[in-house]
Design a protein around this ligand. Sequence first.
Ligand SMILES: C[S@@+](CC[C@H](N)C(=O)[O-])C[C@H]1O[C@@H](n2cnc3c(N)ncnc32)[C@H](O)[C@@H]1O
Length: 414
Amino acid sequence: MWSLHEQAVTMASANALCMNPGDKDISYANHSSVQKNILLKIRPFLEDTITDMLNKILPISFIKVADLGCASGPNTFFPTFEIVDTITRVCQQSNVDSPELQVFLNDLPHNDFNTIFRSIPSFHERLKKDKGDLMVPCFIVGVPGSFYERLFPTRSMHFVHSANCLHWLSKVPRGVENNKGNIYMSKSSSDDVFKAYSKQFQMDFSKFLRFRSEEVIEGGQMLLALLGRNITDPTNKDCFPIWDLLTKSLFDLVAKGLVQESDVDSFNIPFYTPCQKEVREIIEKEGSFNLERMEVFEENWDFEDNDYNTNFVFEKNRSGQNVAKTVRAVIESMLANHFGESIIDDLFTIYAYHRLHEIQQAMAMASVNALCMNSIDKDISYANNSSLQKNILLKTRPFLEDAIKDIHVEVVLC
Ligand SMILES: C[S@@+](CC[C@H](N)C(=O)[O-])C[C@H]1O[C@@H](n2cnc3c(N)ncnc32)[C@H](O)[C@@H]1O
């Protein structure tokens, strides 16, 4: 039986998940360049998936697409811009009229939707400037809610996109209450903790796939990118060095008397970094989508140290600050909810310090799973689902042939 205290701890952490809004010093909008670098890396997947889909369904009068876990900031409109761009190009090449586009931007209800709505006119301006007369009419709607629930009507969506989100679980897993000294799976966590995290991911991701399969049209496409781990056995190594540094920083505050050790023990992040094999197995077992393509790539936690930045020069202090701000923009609300606002500045000053002194953690890269899927045709017509009956007919064929031969012989004889 789960105690009320344990339930409260679990729910409080999960409910507090919210990227830092625009009015925070370290907002997600201004500190999401690592996620932007990931969006840039999956751009070719996005172009290919949309092109494939259009080649199957054009000409068509409208297309509905959803971006799940859109947050708020420049990244929010990035996938939409790329989709409009691809639709414009493909329609021009195929010489057909562009369909109208309806875009559903989804996130949890606490997300900063006001900032998104205020940015829609300038996004339209940008599209007009870039595309001129060729602009695809684009209607943007906000959809607050969890992607672990149904979000859209049955068979209404042509394409679903979600980047940098599905590693967030629906809640802190049941069974991690004894993960003392850790805030996530770590080398010193017990087997039960690893199992509980993995089981929660299996349940959440399966639910996500099932609900999306009800919402997408037959043959609808989906592109997902989520953080993962590049080792299959999670007990073998620290699973997510970014959280190990946070644990270490929290314990420094415990040593200074600013944080209670019991508060660290009761804090667990509703987050899971699956390996490639786990993701593949869940998709196969759930059975609603065909996995067309899956790739794993690495991304640096310091956004300035990336493939596109040819002028990059490593500077220890700056790198530590960059990573601390990236992490803070994502996790501050959850930490403030559990430990109080007052520790946040000290915590991330220490975090930046550790990041630049811990060589092993400083070198660690984010591992990203990128997946392209299409929904499996759930045609249940007799015409397409009667193989069993066909096999019976095949088995009775010799009897039928003999019977016809007999009739023939009788006819010839008389
Ligand atoms: C790191 S941000 C990614 C934002 C954006 N897609 C990007 O690539 O920059 C993760 C987002 O996922 C959202 N999120 C997490 N769990 C969610 C859920 N169950 N339903 C909807 N959104 C969720 C968070 O609120 C957050 O805005």
